[in-house]
Ligand binder design. Structure first.
Ligand SMILES: [Zn+2]
Length: 184
């Protein structure tokens, strides 16, 4: 474990113990294993070592003041937008996808692929440290939910998907993302 990662972990752990989470159901969420094959496969479109992950915590009122009602529903109330009626499912531009709540760069066009599902789909984040995953049983079935590592905002779910390098598909909501074109 890198020193910087250790510091982040200690900070997050300490903060959790002292302050608790705004969203209680995200308590058990964890980042992906550091030995993820993603790191070996992906040519970094941005240098992940330069991306600092710091805890971002706001009140519901503060989130409502910076997000549209639609964004708030997806990001802070774990909503799902309609398939094929969202901004990025068919976006083929090169660039970076940022968390729509806190602005952390989390996915890139390098790992985006056409899943045919109607939602933007990626086979990996830019770096495993940038997202957390946990069990979601809210809909009566077990699914893996993926949230932003920095602000715990809901991004979407992760499903098995044979045929891509990680054999998994990060099925995200466009409203949870901000895309900025960039040559990568
Ligand atoms: Zn975020």
């Amino acid at each position: 474990m890198k020193k910087s990662t250790l510091i982040i972990c200690l900070f997050v752990t300490g903060f959790t113990i002292s302050c608790g989470w705004v969203q209680e159901d995200k308590t058990g969420f964890q980042t992906e294993p550091a030995e993820s094959i993603v790191e070996k496969i992906l040519e970094d479109p941005v240098n992940a070592d330069t991306i600092e992950v710091a805890l971002v915590e706001k009140t519901e009122e503060e989130w409502r003041s910076i997000l549209t009602p639609e964004e708030f529903h997806i990001l802070r109330e774990d909503g799902t937008e309609p398939a094929f009626a969202n901004a990025y499912y068919d976006n083929k531009e090169e660039g970076i996808y940022y968390c729509g709540a806190c602005g952390l760069p989390i996915y890139s066009s390098k790992t985006k692929f056409d899943s045919g599902t109607g939602w933007p789909s990626f086979w990996a984040p830019i770096d495993p440290k940038l997202v957390k995953r946990g069990l979601d049983e809210r809909s009566g079935m077990e699914r893996t939910e993926v949230v932003c590592a920095q602000c715990d905002s809901h991004l979407g779910h992760i499903f098995p998907y044979p045929g891509v390098p990680t054999e998994e598909r990060h099925c995200l909501n466009s409203l949870a993302l901000d895309f900025k074109p960039q040559d990568i």
